[in-house]
Design a protein around this ligand. Structure first.
Ligand code: GTP
Ligand code: MG
Length: 269
């Protein structure tokens, strides 16, 4: 898909303040600092479209971007940033939860996972929340340029194996780098396929979600998309010379230990 136009369409502090549209939209979610805003800029090839920052917690609102005048990308705040006050965390969690459960136009949620890290409790719990609520979602591994090609594939495969201990099927999996554009064609191709689905705006939200979910599951089964195959197929090869062997900064380690006990249900998500 060619992105001819991408423009900021507004920020909202809650789903009730989001624009009433008749278009598909695709939201990006994940832990703070995982690379949501960077991925949006990579997909649209507009560096400053979504605000990024090396400091976690940059995105605090629901941000809509109109693409080609026909569909939306939504940048959501990250979850689990431990340095926030409990009150702010609860407010953001409620904002995220309400958007995900109530936004009828949301055709698919892209859940971003840092490819350098072992499966984190907070992300696994978030996936359980999505599955329990039949939210159609895909997993997007980020920052693979920070790993060598083999290491990235290995991490993704191990992550999928961990998921398969708990789940019968995997959601669609994408392997990306905002630094070198890995995964861009696959993600945009997938969005293009979903854009062709009817937007069942008059159906109750739950029905729409279930139908889309079934479509994705059927598609998965058809492609026999077991994780090893997907990891290899979707990974065209990041530049080895940029690899830093997945070094995780001290702040990132601190952040992840601090957020291990996050409970999506008690905290609002
Ligand atoms: P919040 O809005 O705070 O939740 O963060 P976010 O998930 O939107 O993350 P953001 O896109 O702001 O990126 C966080 C940091 O990671 C920034 O310093 C980015 O430059 C860096 N980053 C994001 N994606 C990549 C990537 O694919 N490769 C590399 N090397 N760095 C990345
Ligand atoms: Mg952001």
């Amino acid at each position: 898909m060619i992105i001819k136009e991408a423009k900021f369409a507004g920020s909202a502090p809650g789903v009730d303040k989001t624009p009433d549209t008749r278009m598909h939209e695709y939201a990006f979610i994940g832990r703070s600092n995982v690379g949501k805003s960077s991925l949006i800029n990579m997909l649209t090839k507009r560096k400053g479209l979504a605000m990024t920052s090396a400091t976690p917690g940059k995105t605090m609102l629901i941000n809509h971007f109109l693409i080609n005048d026909s569909w939306y990308i939504v940048d959501l705040p990250g979850y689990g940033y431990a340095a926030r006050s409990k009150k702010d965390l609860a407010k953001l969690d409620a904002m995220i939860r309400d958007y995900i459960l109530q936004r009828r136009q949301m055709t698919n949620l892209f859940l971003l996972i840092d490819s350098r890290l072992e499966p984190q409790k907070i992300d696994l719990k978030f996936m359980e929340f999505l599955a329990e609520n039949e939210v159609p979602f895909s997993i997007v591994f980020t920052k693979t340029d920070k790993l060598g090609k083999q290491k990235a594939s290995g991490n993704v495969a191990r992550y999928c194996e961990r998921l398969l201990e708990q789940w019968e099927e995997l959601p669609p999996i994408f392997v990306t780098s905002s630094e070198n554009g890995t995964g861009r064609d696959e993600l945009l191709g997938y969005i293009e396929e979903m854009n062709a689905l009817p937007l069942l705006e008059d159906e109750p939200a739950q029905k729409f979600i279930s139908k889309t979910n079934t479509d994705i599951m059927e598609k998965n089964a058809k492609e026999k998309s077991k994780c090893q195959t997907i990891a290899e197929k979707k990974y065209p090869g990041a530049a080895e010379d940029k690899a830093d062997n997945g070094k995780v900064t001290e702040r990132e380690v601190k952040q992840r230990t601090e957020t291990l006990d996050f409970n999506p249900h008690s905290e609002g998500i």
